[in-house]
Design a protein around this ligand. Structure first.
Ligand SMILES: C[S@@+](CC[C@H](N)C(=O)[O-])C[C@H]1O[C@@H](n2cnc3c(N)ncnc32)[C@H](O)[C@@H]1O
Length: 185
């Protein structure tokens, strides 16, 4: 059985091609950035910690990949960097190797998610890995679940992939696909 992060990667790999611009909303150590850079035309990757950009730059250089824009800014500013996108990924929570007090926050996560949903092309997908074992993680988890549950079904399909019998707050995956463009005006 696939683990949630493996499922997230498979879910995005099914639609991402060398024609596509995609977003890594939480760069961290760059594992997702690398995965997407190997498949997309261009990745725009965000993090608020300089350490994340350094680690990711090293990882990409080792792989010989140059199709990534590394942005030292919060993902809530994504609209200043991308127009339409084919896919996006979030890994919420903190970077294990860094300052564990620097965590993603519900308000900025939701803002970024909303902006990415607007910029997603029809057939595009977003994967959100939810870690909620840390302080405040449950609030962010509930905020994301509430947001996706309210997305109009004419425009998005939202699904969840989670284990039911594991102890210690196992991370889980929320998957979104835009099925139709909807005129909100
Ligand atoms: C769980 S880690 C990401 C792990 C990463 N995907 C990887 O492959 O290593 C979460 C990251 O989100 C970053 N972060 C926190 N708030 C952010 C924000 N507003 N915008 C972008 N990144 C943010 C943290 O600095 C941290 O590096």
């Amino acid at each position: 059985m696939l683990r949630p992060l493996e499922m997230a990667h498979q879910f995005l790999a099914e639609v991402v091609t060398k024609e596509d611009i995609v977003v890594d909303a939480t760069m961290g150590n760059g594992y997702d950035t690398l995965f997407l850079a190997e498949r997309a035309k261009k990745v725009v990757a965000f993090d608020i910690q300089e350490q994340a950009l350094q680690k990711t730059a090293e990882r990409l250089a080792t792989a010989g990949l140059t199709n990534v824009e590394l942005v030292l800014a919060g993902h809530e500013q994504v609209d200043a960097y991308v127009d339409t996108i084919k896919a996006g990924i979030f890994n919420l929570g903190y970077l294990p190797s860094a300052d564990k007090s620097v965590i993603t926050q519900p308000s900025t996560t939701l803002l970024a998610l909303e902006k990415l949903c607007q910029r997603l092309v029809v057939g595009g997908r977003i994967a959100v890995m939810i870690y909620y074992g840390h302080e405040g993680g449950d609030v962010e988890r509930d905020a994301v679940l509430d947001f996706v549950a309210k997305l109009p079904q004419q425009e998005f399909t939202a699904a969840i992939y989670r284990t039911l019998n594991q102890v210690n707050h196992p991370p889980f995956l929320v998957m979104l696909e835009k099925v139709k463009e909807y005129n909100h005006g």
